[in-house]
Design a protein around this ligand. Structure first.
Ligand SMILES: Cc1cc2nc3c(=O)[nH]c(=O)nc-3n(C[C@H](O)[C@H](O)[C@H](O)COP(=O)(O)OP(=O)(O)OC[C@H]3O[C@@H](n4cnc5c(N)ncnc54)[C@H](O)[C@@H]3O)c2cc1C
Length: 343
């Protein structure tokens, strides 16, 4: 086994609410899980798209926000010690010896397991690309949609574009290491947390950050090496800012991504499953939550929770073909209570 390779019972693609609850149901069946998510945090749509919005239809929870639901799920699955791999895209899947699966992420991490659970929701969150001609030529060399290592930007001339939390957070965090940093936004009001905006304004007052109103409309450079970013002010004039790196933070959109190449049957970018086990057309690969489709499917969190429970029963049979999983209640089973670390 290589250093970046790990073995587990179940690999879950997606750490949204349904992927998180799958850890709980698998845990009750004594199955260990590792999760991969392209986001840098758990919670999927709840945490990324509506962390502060109230949800009213989680059974027995009259109201909680998207972030509160995520926090409660994390608390509930803590006894099962799931291993998370955030900021990584599940990129490819292949069948290996013993009927197991080898999943490789875009960072080169390799996970091996007899069962795969796809809980990928509406797909992976990917950054929105600004409408700048030939921007693809600079992606990964002069244009970056995420900061994986701050050191990568030390001593560089940086332009950050956007007015939300990511743009302001990275302005504040990269200013101390950058040679120069210019924040570009189309207006003076920001959508970011007021505290971060104040920090940015303080850095601006110290001369560590420059703020310009406008939008990047062009890139200058050659062979993927960026030399300058052209900024346009509203309908007005254009000007260039010398830069080695442009970081556009224009939000995220969801795309099915590499799962489309996992060899599964697809129906309009959804994965058809049975309603007994929520298994795909490929044995030992399950799909639960928003990513799946079956007659009567409702894209609700509670549907995904139900699917996770039935999936776990069937997953157990792949991991332990010689054993039978006994049905038990958490209320009365001392075995389950020990697993939950409450007895
Ligand atoms: C504004 C809004 C309000 C909503 N309100 C409600 C409500 O009140 N009640 C309700 O029940 N539902 C509500 N929903 C729907 C609910 O959020 C979804 O049903 C739920 O998030 C589905 O959970 P999931 O875990 O299946 O997928 P998601 O939450 O979409 O999570 C999937 C995760 O998989 C990751 N992923 C996908 N592909 C890959 C890959 N290849 N590699 C790595 N990671 C990957 C994604 O990054 C994501 O984090 C709402 C949705 C929105 C947008």
């Amino acid at each position: 086994m290589q250093a970046n390779e790990a073995s587990t019972d179940v690999i879950i693609v997606g750490a949204g609410p349904v992927g998180l609850f799958a850890v709980f149901q698998l845990g009750l069946a004594k199955l260990k899980a590792q999760l991969v998510d392209i986001l840098d945090k758990p919670g999927g749509q709840c945490a990324e798209l509506y962390p502060e919005k109230p949800i009213y239809d989680i059974p027995s929870v009259p109201v909680c926000t998207g972030q509160e639901l995520t926090d409660r799920l994390l608390e509930q699955i803590k006894p099962f010690e799931p291993i998370f791999h955030f900021g990584e895209m599940a990129a490819s899947l292949e069948k290996i010896e013993d009927g197991k699966w080898r999943l490789t992420t875009d960072t080169g991490r390799v996970l091996v397991a007899p069962v795969i659970v796809i809980a990928a929701g509406g797909g992976s969150f990917v950054p929105k690309r600004p409408p700048i001609p030939d921007i693809e030529d600079y992606e990964g060399t002069g244009v970056f949609y995420a900061v994986r290592k701050i050191e990568q930007f030390r001593g560089r001339r940086i332009v950050i574009a956007g007015g939300g939390d990511s743009a302001l957070d990275w302005t504040v965090n990269l200013a101390p290491v950058a040679k120069s940093l210019t924040l570009v936004h189309r207006r003076t009001e920001f959508r970011a947390a007021p505290d971060t905006v104040s920090k940015m304004r303080a850095l601006e007052a110290q001369g560590l950050v420059k703020f310009e109103i406008g939008q990047p409309v062009g890139l200058k450079g050659a062979g993927g090496k960026l030399d300058a970013v052209t900024i346009k002010r509203g309908e007005g004039d254009s000007f260039d800012i010398e830069a080695d790196a442009l970081l556009p933070f224009y939000g995220l959109t969801m795309k099915l991504g590499p799962i489309a190449n996992f060899g599964l049957n697809l129906n309009e970018n959804l994965i058809p499953v049975d309603t007994e086990k929520f298994e795909t057309s490929t044995p030992s690969i399950f799909a639960i939550g928003d990513i799946n489709t079956y007659p009567g499917k409702l894209k609700l969190i509670l549907s995904g929770f139900h699917e996770a429970a039935l999936m776990a029963q069937a997953a157990y049979r792949y991991v332990h073909p010689d054993k039978t999983l006994r049905f038990q209640y958490t209320t009365s089973s001392s075995e389950l209570q020990r697993l939950l670390k409450v007895a």
